[in-house]
Design a protein. Structure first.
Length: 290
């Protein structure tokens, strides 16, 4: 029961992330990317700290150190992805970032010697094809693409670390620490040019939504869900993000339903079903918590 609930939670997280794309695209016209990230994650950290101020003190020093490391990995990945967006098309960035679905089982297998079922590898291939159909309209490798690929690898490392280290009991404290570390990394990146804050009420509403719902709540849900799921299945579930992003763009924006969404989305959905069926029949890829 818990793995199914965790899968539903992770899908909800990807839906929330997908809902932020058009908000971020509009906001970045007025606020630099690093500044936006610093404000967003600082707000999320403060809210989580106010809700449960003693949560961090109740976990072990080892769990705190691991949370700091996971936050550093995620924070650097965010900066690299944002920087890469300035040097490549958003569609190409989305595809390359989504390659964490390939990197995750490779890293889990190489780092911890875990056997990945054949059905999961098949799901990885299908999901990658789906991402390509959804995103790509041509691909060349330059500076932006290169650092975005590093970002994808770091996202995969983050997924593997959470699957190995997170526990349901410590999920809130770990998520809080990660929010604080990500905010600090983003603030360091924003420091050279000074911190620019949103100056419109509507922008603050958007930032608040992305801080609390897409930041604090999403990180808490992801950290808890990955205490119940292996890394490969988690990564495959998270590839639904571009499908949700396209869906929100159609429902709330002015984009139409195209063949790319239908075919690419179908590949990703089939991959997700394969991953879930594999998770119910095979347990050999589970990442034990140390």
């Amino acid at each position: 029961m818990r793995p199914r609930l965790a899968a539903a939670a992770l899908l909800s997280v990807t839906a929330v992330w997908g809902s932020t794309f058009f908000l971020i695209k509009d906001l970045l016209d007025r606020v630099p990317a690093a500044d936006f990230l610093a404000v967003r994650f600082a707000m999320a950290f403060v809210v989580m700290l106010l809700v449960a101020p003693r949560a961090i003190a109740r976990i072990s020093p080892l769990a705190r150190r691991r949370s700091v490391l996971a936050g550093l990995v995620y924070g650097v990945a965010q900066i690299l992805q944002t920087t890469g967006l300035g040097h490549t098309d958003a569609s190409v960035s989305g595809f390359i970032t989504g390659l964490y679905v390939v990197a995750t089982p490779v890293i889990a297998s190489a780092a911890f010697g875990l056997r990945v079922p054949r059905t999961v590898w098949l799901a990885v291939v299908l999901s990658t094809l789906g991402l390509g159909i959804l995103s790509l309209r041509g691909l060349s490798i330059g500076f932006g693409e290169s650092i975005t690929l590093v970002c994808a690898i770091l996202y995969a490392v983050h997924i593997v670390l959470l699957s190995r280290w997170s526990t349901a009991r410590e999920a809130y404290a770990m998520a809080t620490i990660q929010m604080g570390v990500i905010a600090l990394v983003s603030l360091v990146a924003a420091t050279p040019h000074g911190l620019t804050l949103p100056d419109r009420p509507g922008d603050w509403v958007a930032v608040s939504y992305m801080a609390i719902v897409a930041g604090a709540v999403a990180m808490l849900a992801q950290t808890w869900a990955q205490s119940q799921l292996d890394a490969a299945r988690a990564a495959l579930l998270m590839t639904m993000e571009p499908v949700f992003a396209a869906t929100f763009a159609i429902v709330l924006g002015d984009e139409g339903v195209g063949w790319r969404l239908l075919i690419g989305g179908a590949f990703v959905l089939v991959a997700m079903v394969l991953a879930e069926s594999s998770g119910r029949t095979e347990t050999s890829v589970s990442l034990p918590v140390e």
